[in-house]
Design a binder for this molecule. Structure first.
Ligand SMILES: C[S@@+](CC[C@H](N)C(=O)[O-])C[C@H]1O[C@@H](n2cnc3c(N)ncnc32)[C@H](O)[C@@H]1O
Length: 281
């Protein structure tokens, strides 16, 4: 245990470990995540349902979803956006590697409209034989990926976009990065909790890195076994986002406060952007 906790307290090099799949697909944690998605007022795994309603209204106004636009929702979770967009008349494909979330999305898909197509898959490793007018990646999912994964995903998105199509997404901001502090703490859940149905400790080390990257490194310690979860968070401002996307052959055409069309404000913890492939790239 000493060696495990000593290693847990060590700062790893950026993106040297990736555990997002376990985070979203471990049966117990995935169930907890689904409950957070479905919390109408909460803002933890998905935005509040009122915020989602506003976003879908703006997406419809901005991209004309209801005219049967083809939308690809990457990391669609339990379909909170995809089902609303389908209800408006969009032809939606939702991708997520959480089976429980996809099952919920399918169960709650609206009748009387073109039902969304939901696929359990890893969007980092996905073949798609069709193209889309709008591709979405919502709730800061870009920030959880390594630079290599982001480059690969943006390359795929480019290949899935129809001519004139758009990529709309949101990210966490450098204002958030400036506020978070390095820390070490633990909690004890004697009756089970978020990470396990059994009694467990959650040791958290937060490390900050150059370039607005931070890591929440969790060690989950149960009576019979231990495991670690690495949550990386790359934060951006408009300049760093434009620079990174520019290097990958993309142009940010709009920077917004949110995908509900709010104006950009540098002090907020997140912001949104619309981008398109740079034709010169
Ligand atoms: C923060 S949640 C956001 C869900 C949804 N976009 C929303 O805002 O309600 C991230 C979602 O992306 C999914 N996800 C993360 N990485 C993924 C990957 N590589 N392939 C497929 N799904 C992924 C997770 O299972 C989870 O449902």
């Amino acid at each position: 245990m000493y060696d495990f906790l000593k290693s847990h307290s060590t700062r790893p090099s950026p993106h040297s470990l990736y555990t997002a799949r376990e985070l979203w697909t471990d049966p117990h944690v995935a169930q907890q995540m689904l409950a957070l998605h479905l919390d109408r007022d909460g803002d933890v795994a998905s935005r509040s349902h009122q915020a989602i309603d506003r976003i879908v209204v703006w997406l419809d106004q901005r991209f004309g979803l209801s005219s049967g636009k083809r939308v690809l929702d990457l990391g669609c979770g339990p379909g909170l956006y995809a089902n609303r967009m389908a209800y408006l008349g969009a032809r939606v494909t939702g991708i997520d590697f959480s089976e429980g979330s996809i099952a919920h999305a399918q169960r709650t898909a609206p009748n009387g409209s073109v039902r969304p197509l939901y696929v359990v898959a890893d969007y980092l490793d996905l073949e798609l034989g069709e193209s889309f007018d709008l591709i979405l990646l919502i709730y800061g999912d870009l920030c959880a990926l390594s630079p290599t994964q982001r480059a690969r995903l943006l390359q795929s998105i480019r290949s899935w976009l129809a001519p004139g199509g758009h990529f709309a997404f949101d990210t966490f901001s450098t204002a958030l990065f400036d506020e978070v502090e390095e820390e070490a703490r633990y909690t004890f859940e004697p009756d089970g909790g978020f990470w396990s149905p059994r009694p467990h400790f959650d040791f958290l080390r937060r490390f900050k890195y150059e370039g607005s990257l931070y890591l929440d490194r969790h060690a989950i310690v149960e009576e019979t076994h231990t495991r670690e979860v690495f949550n990386w968070m790359q934060c951006y401002d408009v300049d760093s986002l434009e620079r990174e996307l520019g290097e990958l052959g993309w142009e940010v055409t709009e920077a917004l406060g949110s995908l509900a069309g709010d104006p950009y404000e540098a002090h907020r913890h997140d912001f949104a952007a619309v981008a398109r492939p740079n034709e010169r790239a």
